[in-house]
Design a protein around this ligand. Structure first.
Ligand code: OGA
Ligand code: NI
Length: 370
């Protein structure tokens, strides 16, 4: 790999001015690719830190992420018990798993991803009208490139589209036309599936099935569609930098291209695309309420010559919707030997902190630790 490009240039240029110029195009990373660039602008260059240079080249057998088959979950109590055991193992160790036979038909998954594609590939002038840096409280739907463009040290090779669905659902006309019907359909499906996953997680914690639901973990849902354009110099940048999610759980739908990795036992391990599967991962808020029993693992997405890659993440969180409910480690999980490690917080307070901090490679949870 040639590494001569930019150690010093990363420091010696007017980064802010170039970020503003990029932002003002309102066409995101896709706009650059459409314009035919063959080298990537330096705002996207990763600083050449040891971790970035040493992108896990270890060979040899790596453990693979568990895939859990949900077939029979509601009619076979023995199966259900086995599944709960697998969910528990996966969330205690990986913080991630994939699930198949989850009940959302393939045709709906396909169309949901196509909706992300259609939104991004619609007429540029129409799409620009959705581009904004306004906060979600002011505007429901937010399309832009890098939510933390001006605060994070690394600009990611990605455009994103954010749409909060609950607790305050958008009016249909507030959702862009290319994905309107399918996202409404997909959110109701994924919400139902989310309830089922929260039941499994509650039981995996030894609690009654509706415990997490009654705590309010499923009160918020937002859809986040990502578009990762094909990248001419993928080794110099990143699609989504390493981060943990700012929610209770995420249910992620990815296409066939690949590039998502999770950090497990000190290695980056692929989350391979499996047709028809959905990825589930624990977010920071689940780690907080389970007092670190379930882990909100770091994950990232490569930039890739192949593309565009699209994904659609369903975030279970009320996000920046003003809420007063306080979440803290679940009393039933605490003992004298396992006292609460976190103070209580509202989702709003946590989210405000996470967004202000941006994706800087550190965990937002530390801020809430005793
Ligand atoms: C996210 C995320 C992964 C992907 O939205 O938080 O990690 O595959 N997305 O796009
Ligand atoms: Ni994520």
């Amino acid at each position: 790999m040639s590494l001569n490009t930019s150690t010093s240039s990363h420091l010696n240029y007017d980064r802010k001015a170039e970020l503003i110029a990029f932002d003002q195009t309102k066409t995101g990373v896709k706009g650059l690719v459409d314009a035919g660039i063959t080298t990537i602008p330096r705002i996207f260059h990763l600083p050449l830190t040891p971790e970035n240079l040493n992108s896990d080249q270890t060979s040899g057998l790596k453990p693979s992420l568990p895939t859990i088959d949900l077939e029979g979950i509601n009619d076979d109590p023995i199966k259900r018990k086995e599944i709960i055991e697998k969910v528990k193992d996966a969330l205690e160790t990986w913080g991630f798993f994939q699930m198949i036979n989850h009940g959302i038909p393939n045709s709906i998954l396909k169309d949901a991803l196509n909706g992300v594609m259609r939104f991004n590939e619609q007429d540029t002038e129409v799409k620009k009208q959705w581009y904004t840096r306004e906060k979600v409280e002011k505007r429901k739907v937010v399309y832009n490139s890098n939510f933390d463009l001006y605060t994070e040290p690394v600009t990611n090779w990605r455009d994103s589209f954010f749409c909060p669905m609950l607790p305050n659902p958008p009016q249909p006309h507030e959702i862009p036309e290319p994905c309107r019907d399918i996202w409404l359909e997909y959110s109701s499906r994924v919400l139902k599936l989310g309830h089922c996953v929260f039941e499994l997680i509650s039981e995996a914690l030894g609690l009654k099935p509706n415990h997490l639901f009654e705590m309010g973990c499923a009160e918020g849902l937002a859809l986040l569609g990502h578009y990762y354009p094909s990248c001419p110099q993928p080794e110099l940048t990143i699609g989504t930098r390493d981060h943990a999610d700012n929610d209770f759980i995420t249910i992620l739908l990815q296409d066939h291209i690949g590039g998502l990795q999770v950090f497990y036992q000190n290695h980056w391990t692929d989350v391979p695309p499996i047709p028809g599967a959905l990825v589930v991962n624990a977010g920071d808020l689940l780690q907080l309420i389970t007092n670190d029993k379930f882990v909100s693992a770091q994950h990232k997405v490569f930039a890739n010559k192949m593309g565009p890659r699209v994904s659609l993440a369903a975030f279970f969180s009320t996000g920046l919707y003003p809420t007063s409910k306080v979440f803290k480690p679940i009393t039933e999980l605490l003992t004298e030997d396992n006292p609460a490690k976190y103070r209580g917080t509202t989702v709003y307070e946590y989210e405000t902190y996470y967004k202000r901090k941006g994706l800087d490679g550190t965990s937002a949870l530390l801020h809430f630790k005793f």
